[in-house]
Design a protein around this ligand. Structure first.
Ligand SMILES: Nc1ncnc2c1ncn2[C@@H]1O[C@H](COP(=O)(O)OP(=O)(O)OP(=O)(O)O)[C@@H](O)[C@H]1O
Ligand SMILES: Nc1ncnc2c1ncn2[C@@H]1O[C@H](COP(=O)(O)OP(=O)(O)OP(=O)(O)O)[C@@H](O)[C@H]1O
Ligand SMILES: [Mg+2]
Ligand SMILES: [Mg+2]
Lengths: 256, 256
């Protein structure tokens, strides 16, 4: 059985895609097979891994959600050994509206992922909203990874996100819970980062990963080369942090 | 007649709200009356101006879009003289789905703003998506301000945004066009910023504002005090840049 995790936060630009691409790469490096599902109409994770966006609607994530395309037919290999991707396309922005009047509209991804694949991990990169696409990810997932930028505005949306996760756990997906909160873009020189980190630690306790992702320009350069930072510059502080995060995640799962 | 501008970009975290709050404040400082419409369910602009979020759905932007609440009954004064706000609430995240089956679903905001108010400018802060809420802003507006973060992923969504604006201009709102593109979070130390700025200048030409907003931690600290940066620390580089941007906008409008 695959371990399915949604990477979600409706606040924009907090590091969801950067976390999805680099964590998936770090997990694949431990010889586990990983599938990255890109549900964002912008398709940043798809580009960040040098995979072409599907030209036809039926290819990629839109086809799987809306046309019932079997996932096995839509996934692509990436340059990273052991890491496959279900690529996104702009067609997905129509899915938010098209899904509204469809039966089982929030279970489309769950049903598509139900055929046991050969993946140890499935990571789902979500768009910055709490609409039907993110809802599909929350219904399909067993846990939610929440990247949290160390900024004031990013704290504000947390209670709406936790309320949504609780609601999904009560009705559509019993057992869904926050797997962990990841502090991102932490800047040692800026006291706001330390203040946000203290607030989050008080609120989430052990669900806050000890690994903190620092602000590191190499993380934002890597996508322009179509590579995860772990491949583009393995020694940089950002890549090293994502490798530590993968180790911390695996350690926590073993200890359960 | 008010000048109505939508501040839109589906890429998350690019500085839409920071631009909305600080540009609105800078314009109000020139003795023009300004209305800021907060259409983001997270309500960051509402918090950034120390305005309480409406407790009931009928108050604020949700009431205006869904219940026909007259705008005059829902707007609030802010601490900034001459600047009012139509506050947002979490109810708005339901509006994305509820609007789908309603007649004239994309004209709700346009109709609400049609009664000539006493405002010289109306600035609309949009959520990070191209759904029905952002569509309402694009139909109500005469022009679109596009904040663009100087990062690789932010460039990727631009063609989808310009296609959407063109489509709205052809069918729902003739005359809609990009008023201007604003480079945000520009970091002199990082060559990616200069590279993005060159690409954007080549693509948008004169529609790119000459004023560039630098990365400046005071801009991200100000919201935790419930103040625009222009009020929190007028002399900081970020606030000065937004004051220059307001001047450049006013100069361009005079010259037309
Ligand atoms: N730790 C970091 N240090 C520096 N830059 C970062 C870091 N993490 C992400 N970035 C950059 O910040 C921007 C936002 O990150 P990213 O796109 O991963 O966020 P997101 O949450 O996926 O955004 P969206 O809400 O639009 O999907 C990107 O340009 C990315 O390259
Ligand atoms: N020029 C800047 N320098 C430093 N920080 C900035 C700057 N502009 C914005 N920020 C900070 O970056 C984060 C993202 O900005 P903001 O929230 O305004 O973007 P947004 O596009 O409105 O995001 P969303 O897509 O979630 O609505 C915020 O924490 C903000 O305080
Ligand atoms: Mg993303
Ligand atoms: Mg915003």
């Amino acid at each position: 059985m695959s371990r399915i995790l949604a990477i979600a936060n409706q606040k924009g630009g907090v590091g969801k895609t950067t976390t999805a691409v680099n964590l998936a790469t770090a997990l694949a490096a431990t010889k586990q097979r990983v599938l990255l599902v890109d549900l964002d109409p912008q398709g940043n994770a798809t580009t960040g891994l040098s995979v072409p966006k599907p030209a036809h609607a039926a290819g990629g994530a839109y086809g799987v959600l809306m046309d019932g395309t079997p996932i096995g037919q839509a996934v692509c290999r990436t340059k990273v050994p052991g890491l496959d991707i279900l690529p996104a396309s702009a067609h997905l922005s129509g899915a938010e509206i098209e899904l509204v009047s469809i039966e089982n509209r929030e279970k489309k991804l769950k049903n598509a992922l139900s055929a046991p694949g050969a993946y140890a991990y499935v990571l789902i990169d979500c768009p910055p909203s709490l609409g039907l696409i993110t809802l599909n990810a929350l219904v399909a997932a067993q846990g939610v990874l929440v990247p949290l930028q160390c900024e004031f505005y990013a704290l504000e949306g947390l209670s709406q996100l936790t309320r949504t996760i609780d609601r999904v756990a009560r009705s559509l997906n019993p057992g869904l819970a926050i797997e962990g909160v990841i502090l991102t873009m932490y800047d040692r020189r800026n006291r706001l980062s330390a203040q946000v980190a203290r607030d989050v630690a008080r609120h989430f306790g052990p669900r806050l990963y000890q690994t903190i992702i620092p602000r590191n320009v190499r993380l934002s350069e890597a996508p322009s080369f179509g590579l995860p930072a772990i491949v583009y510059d393995m020694a940089c502080p950002g890549a090293q942090a994502y490798i530590r995060l993968a180790k911390e995640m695996l350690r926590r799962e073993r200890d359960i």
